[in-house]
Design a binder for this molecule. Structure first.
Ligand SMILES: *[C@@H]1O[C@H](CO)[C@@H](O)[C@H](O)[C@H]1NC(C)=O
Ligand SMILES: *[C@@H]1O[C@H](CO)[C@@H](O)[C@H](O)[C@H]1NC(C)=O
Ligand SMILES: *[C@@H]1O[C@H](CO)[C@@H](O)[C@H](O)[C@H]1NC(C)=O
Ligand SMILES: *[C@@H]1O[C@H](CO)[C@@H](O)[C@H](O)[C@H]1NC(C)=O
Ligand SMILES: *[C@@H]1O[C@H](CO)[C@@H](O)[C@H](O)[C@H]1NC(C)=O
Length: 550
């Protein structure tokens, strides 16, 4: 019998109080829990450090052998909430013992086309920031798995869950679970937080607009707002470089792109004052690919660009326009890996490696299992935006209700993001500012956007990118301070009214968070930029300062 499965009766004067262990509370919670439209599928107590098997996990989410380590002693619940007669969300709740609970809730979103529960952020959540852990929640966004058009085909309500409903339902159900579970302790939840990256960032901004009361603080990474344009852009760019005709003189072959991106870094890296392989502000440069033409000697005979290829590369770095010529999505980032649009072949046969486009257009846009993106055009993009399946594209900038109720948003975006171009975040931020007619000081009082030079999509890259990023487990336990950890900074802002003036990012050896620190850098809330002081060690955060661009 384990030490955690007993109850003791403490006699205090004339009344007796039953102190139930958390394990017992968890065991009996199954029969006590009552939430409309919600069925309890499983509930079990997991002591800190034990392994949680997740056999129901879809293969594309890492199942069925996936395990998650309990990062605190938790009561874990798995629930199914009906969101319509034909749809349901799977929701997970990880509830720390009350003495280890920081009295806050942390909700999480999804990535890609959803369908995978964000266990990494839940693990960071219950492990906490040093003074107890969050009660953490996750959802499958209404379907299991992250590849395949079947997830959406003839399932309009599953599309609604993924498009706009999952996070709000997760919030409502999660708050009720926490209320009922901790009720016996006399402790109530104080604040509600959300953390997500990529699609999770999109879900967060959308939720702030549609359901401003759900969360007090939101950590929104590399957000895929304007999601249909984000996804469609890969098809448009692939077509601009000659795909799917791999033998066309205009087609730029996968092996050529390394040299093209390298040339960009060589040309622009030093302009930000530090030669570190990182283009700090890629949106401020224009790249002329004629320098890579055959005959210039920059690329050798097997990699240099023919005149048609020069034109293809030039077009690859132009913004995306609709059929009517209106610019609808910013240009691809200079200095970023290009494989999302340039590596669409297998054994010499054209095939899109970025599967989200085909899956979503087949299942949710065209209802056609034979559709392929090989003739993808602006018209296919415009058509999808026109029907906006499940309201997935909501890029609504009116966050006035969230602003007025005192909600806080910390957003971050890597400057070498190959999946969601960081200029999208720049435009969204300035769009919110003008929609609400706010001064910089006003918008910074509730929404701060930090660009992280040299970070790929959500994590990874040459830069000092680690700031307690959502979906990245574990956080560095030595750097849980608001100076270094964005979730801690958010809590500090929401609960103590101290906004993050800067966030210090850390670069670890081999990108292993918590490993040997190679460098740190001070990051700044946009439009301020992080600049080297010009004299001290570039590996030290103190050598970087925030400046308004000239
Ligand atoms: C997702 O998988 C779980 C098993 O882990 C199952 O109970 C549930 O019905 C599935 N949901 C959908 C929408 O297929
Ligand atoms: C999708 O196509 C199938 C086969 O043509 C049809 O039976 C079904 O009703 C269509 N679904 C929708 C949502 O249009
Ligand atoms: C061209 O350059 C690439 C990359 O530097 C190299 O791998 C390749 O062997 C070179 N090819 C020729 C023909 O020199
Ligand atoms: C490409 O080749 C590999 C290895 O021979 C094979 O497993 C794969 O199915 C092939 N792909 C296509 C699209 O033919
Ligand atoms: C280097 O750091 C020192 C100590 O913080 C500071 O006084 C000095 O101004 C810095 N040098 C430059 C060039 O900014």
């Amino acid at each position: 019998m384990s030490a955690s499965t007993f109850s003791v009766v403490i006699l205090l004067g004339t009344f007796a109080r039953v102190v139930t262990s958390s394990a017992d509370a968890c065991a009996s919670f199954g029969s006590r829990l009552s939430i409309p439209k919600t069925a309890l599928i499983a509930h079990e107590y997991h002591p800190n450090g034990t392994s949680i098997p997740l056999p129901g996990t879809a293969p594309s989410c890492g199942g069925p052998d996936l395990h998650a380590t309990a990062t605190a002693s938790i009561c874990r619940l798995v629930l199914a909430t009906k969101t319509s007669p034909s749809s349901k969300l799977q929701i997970e709740a990880w509830l720390p013992d009350e003495q280890n609970w920081n009295a806050n809730l942390l909700f999480t979103g999804n990535g890609g086309i959803g369908g995978c529960i964000d266990y990494a952020t839940m693990q960071n959540g219950v492990a906490g920031l040093g003074r107890g852990g969050f009660a953490a929640f996750g959802t499958n966004a209404g379907h299991n798995g992250s590849v395949g058009h079947e997830l959406f085909l003839n399932r309009p309500e599953a599309i609604n869950d993924f498009g706009h409903r999952a996070v709000h339902v997760e919030a409502e159900v999660g708050k009720e679970i926490a209320r009922q579970y901790y009720d016996r302790t006399g402790k109530a939840a104080r604040k509600n937080y959300y953390a997500g990256c990529s699609t999770g960032g999109r879900q967060g901004f959308q939720n702030a607009q549609m359901h401003p009361q759900d969360f007090d603080g939101m950590l929104l990474g590399s957000p895929g707002v304007d999601w249909l344009h984000v996804v469609a852009s890969k098809g448009i760019l692939a077509r601009r470089i000659g795909w799917p005709d791999l033998n066309s003189p205009a087609y730029v072959r996968p092996e050529q792109w390394g040299g093209i991106v390298e040339a960009q870094v060589k040309q622009f890296d030093a302009l930000d004052g530090v030669e570190d392989g990182i283009i700090d502000e890629p949106t401020t440069h224009r790249f002329d690919p004629t320098i890579l033409a055959c005959g210039t000697g920059v690329l050798n005979a097997s990699l240099c660009l023919t005149p048609q290829q020069v034109e293809s590369v030039r077009r690859a770095y132009e913004p995306i326009a609709s059929s009517s010529g209106e610019i609808v999505y910013p240009a691809f980032e200079l200095g970023s890996r290009t494989d999302v649009f340039s590596e669409n072949q297998e054994n010499g046969t054209a095939r899109m490696g970025y599967t989200i486009l085909q899956d979503f257009w087949r299942g949710a846009v065209y209802n056609d299992t034979d559709w392929t993106p090989e003739s993808f055009s602006e018209a296919d993009m415009d058509f999808a935006v026109g029907i906006n399946p499940g309201l997935v594209n909501s890029a609504e900038k009116d966050l006035s209700s969230f602003y007025q109720r005192g909600g806080k948003i910390i957003s971050y975006h890597g400057r070498t993001d190959e999946t969601v171009t960081s200029a999208n975040s720049e435009q969204f931020f300035t769009g919110v500012q003008s929609a609400l007619d706010l001064t910089l000081e006003d918008i910074h009082s509730f929404y701060r956007l930090f660009f992280l030079p040299g970070m790929h999509h959500c994590s990874g890259g040459l830069g000092a990118w680690s700031i307690g990023n959502a979906m990245k487990y574990p956080y560095d336990k030595a750097l849980l301070d608001p100076k270094y950890n964005a979730l801690a900074a958010l809590v500090e802002w929401v609960e103590n009214d101290v906004p993050p003036e800067t966030l210090i990012g850390t670069k670890y050896k081999d990108d292993i968070v918590g490993g040997r620190i190679l460098a740190q850098r001070t990051h700044c809330p946009y439009p301020l930029v992080s600049k080297w002081d010009g004299g001290n060690d570039t590996k030290l955060a103190t050598s970087w300062e925030c400046r308004m661009p000239l």
